[in-house]
Design a protein around this ligand. Structure first.
Ligand code: SF4
Ligand code: MSK
Length: 636
């Protein structure tokens, strides 16, 4: 019998990080741990969300002695305004990423370099949006779909088109509660306007707008981003890859792609596959070109090309510290400015590519949709530059950790349902998969007790990846299926939880499902923007069950979140009717009213709210209890 490969423990990951940290110390360069230490104690007013610098009469800090800012704003208004600004900034980030993808879609042509990889998805969105397709050139249709998508950002009237994908009950909630988003940009601008000096000071109204601007992300920007990315680069399919820093290769040209927007990294991946450049690399003494990913660009590229994943958010400095990276090529979001200084100690070329993300110390090679026709040539030039840089490696400074894990990735919504449908239909001669019934039956029967969307980042406030991994393992043991995205999915990758044999960690019911269907118990759904896929998955289950999403034994969990994007996400997940379990407290603790609104108040609006607990073991117990309470309410 084949022996099962060990799972990687958090201690093994930490030992690797400690060795890389020693290298940093030896070179007298700082890492996030040093900077975190230098920031202690972190400002309590900021932590509690009760420092306001929205106008230049401030900054105003709320204390028992001074309970109001100069304008008279109280702690609830100040904390509420900053919370809404976080949600608006997060929504803006995801949505602007999507806008860039829409512009690239608008530049597609049969001549390339950007072509249509999923014409079926293009045609189905065209049909959904009443765009004529009969007898038309595919690229004409693509350009019109892109234009209609772009109108969603700034249209003057109506609400977002994709809201009609929701359950009827949800659509009514969104309409009745006035949280149905209008144009994406309008919700972001309205949020900034509402929080501008001298505007909304009512915390309840600020929380309601947070839900609305979050919805503009999840059912607008992110959903458009995901769908258009699939049209451009293909809807992901299941494939096997490898994860953790050990994917960097001692004898190959290592190019790390990092960020979120896959448009340029797709070209880097294609360029690195060209025979011309592989031969060039061999001519320089390397065995090949190894593309590895960080953060969500890794998630995008792995789902479509099997690109190996070097790690998540807090591993970005570690990747450079291996001394084995010829080039780190970044696009947007979650990129440490520290990389600009760190690269000076190594031969690594740090390349920024987006006007949205300019970092001192980097070399800027601009990529925008306006210049899409030259993207492949630019990518080739960069890959060649990385190859030329191989000879500059400081070989005495190389340390590549050895831990790697296999990972099965690429489960978009349709794939998950088709796989689960395989449980009952696998005996049939043809393959009529796609019914939600087996998935629903498995939940009703209790073979699967429920599901958790594990999402979010790393945050140095807690032990990196510990909460992700501990929570996921305990969920599996309780027969709760996990779908993951973003850095949470990468934590699962590093630990080995995306392997088929991770079913051994499951309770009897989930293990049986994984065995019958042939899936890992943690399903990799993609990047942060792909949480929109999760919203469609729960919506599909609810519709086919004949209930609303808020009744499902399905919740979201972000135990190590840090980004403003996570605030936007948490808001749209709650607005979709799913409770969100957080391991990091939102910065509103200084306002009892805000704490009550985000944990209880939203339940009256959307039927869901936050549960916050810094202890991962207590948090997972409350998730299990929450799921069991939903089951009891359904009588299953
Ligand atoms: Fe102070 Fe009010 Fe200005 Fe905020 S808006 S800085 S509380 S005066
Ligand atoms: S990369 S937003 S640290 S998930 Fe999407 Fe990871 Fe969070 Fe960035």
């Amino acid at each position: 019998m084949r022996e099962m490969k060990e799972f990687t423990t958090i201690e093994q990951m930490e030992a690797d990080t400690a060795k890389l940290k020693e290298i940093a110390c030896g070179l007298c360069v700082e890492t996030f741990e040093d900077r975190k230490a230098a920031q202690q104690p972190q400002c309590k007013f900021g932590e509690d969300g009760i420092c306001c610098r929205i106008c230049s009469m401030g900054p105003c800090r709320v204390t028992p002695k001074a309970p109001y800012g100069i304008c008279g704003a109280d702690a609830h208004a100040i904390a509420g305004r900053h919370y809404l600004r976080m949600a608006a900034a997060g929504s803006a980030a995801h949505s602007d990423h999507a806008r860039e993808i829409a512009h690239v879609l608008h530049k597609t042509s049969a001549a390339g370099p950007y072509t249509i990889k999923d014409p079926g998805k293009l045609l189905s969105i065209a049909a959904e949006w009443d765009i004529e397709t009969e007898g038309r050139d595919l690229y004409d249709v693509a350009h019109e779909v892109a234009e209609v998508g772009l109108m969603e950002f700034g249209k003057p009237f109506g609400t977002l088109r994709m809201l009609c994908r929701g359950t009827e009950e949800r659509q009514k909630v969104w309409e009745d509660e006035q949280i149905a988003p209008r144009a994406i940009d309008r919700e972001v601008a309205t949020s900034l306007h509402m929080t501008n000096m001298g505007n909304t000071a009512d915390a309840e109204v600020l929380v309601r707008q947070s839900l609305r601007v979050g919805m503009a992300d999840g059912w607008g920007g992110s959903m458009i981003g995901t769908d258009f990315t699939d049209i451009l680069f293909g809807t992901p399919t299941v494939r096997t890859t490898t994860g953790n820093l050990g994917v960097l290769e001692e004898n190959q040209i290592n190019i790390v792609i990092h960020g979120h927007d896959p448009c340029f990294s797709e070209m880097i991946v294609l360029a690195a596959e060209s025979k011309e450049l592989i031969d060039y690399a061999r001519g320089k003494g390397a065995q090949g070109i190894n593309i590895a990913g960080l953060c969500c660009t890794a998630n995008e590229a792995t789902m479509r090309h099997g690109v190996r994943m070097a790690g998540n958010f807090l591993q970005q400095e570690n990747a450079l510290l291996t001394g084995a990276v010829e080039m780190m090529c970044v696009d947007v979001q979650c990129i440490f400015p520290a990389l600009g200084r760190l690269q000076d100690c190594f031969h690594t070329k740090f390349i920024t590519t987006s006007p949205i993300c300019r970092i001192p110390g980097s070399t800027y090679v601009e990529f925008t949709a306006d210049d899409a026709e030259h993207a492949y040539d630019k990518a080739k030039a960069l890959v060649k530059e990385a190859i030329d840089n191989y000879e500059n490696r400081k070989r005495d400074r190389i340390f590549i950790p050895t831990h790697t894990q296999e990972a099965v990735v690429g489960y978009p919504t349709g794939q998950i349902i088709a796989e689960l449908d395989g449980v009952t239909n696998s005996h049939l001669g043809d393959d009529p998969r796609g019914s939600y019934k087996p998935a629903i039956d498995a939940i009703k029967a209790g073979v699967i007790r429920g599901a958790v969307a594990m999402v979010g980042c790393n945050n140095p406030k807690v032990r990196a990846d510990y909460s992700h991994i501990e929570i996921m393992k305990e969920l599996l043991a309780n027969d709760i299926l996990v779908v993951g995205s973003g850095c949470a999915a990468q934590a699962a990758t590093k630990a080995g939880l995306l392997r088929y044999d991770a079913k051994e960690l499951c309770g009897a019911g989930l293990k049986r499902v994984c065995t019958l269907v042939g899936i890992p118990p943690v399903l990799h759904m993609g990047a942060c923007v792909d949480i929109s896929r999760m919203m469609l998955l729960v919506t599909g289950i609810a519709k086919n069950w004949g209930i609303d999403t808020t009744q499902l034994p399905i919740v979201g969990c972000a135990p190590e979140w840090m980004s403003e994007k996570a605030v936007a996400i948490a808001n749209y997940v709650v607005a979709t009717g799913l409770d969100v379990y957080l391991g990091i407290e939102p910065q509103v603790k200084g306002s009892s009213q805000m704490m009550e609104l985000i944990t209880q108040g939203t339940r009256a609006i959307a039927g869901a709210g936050y549960v916050i607990n810094k202890d991962p073991h207590e948090l997972v117990r409350s998730i299990v209890d929450g799921i069991e309470a939903k089951r009891a309410a359904l009588g299953i």
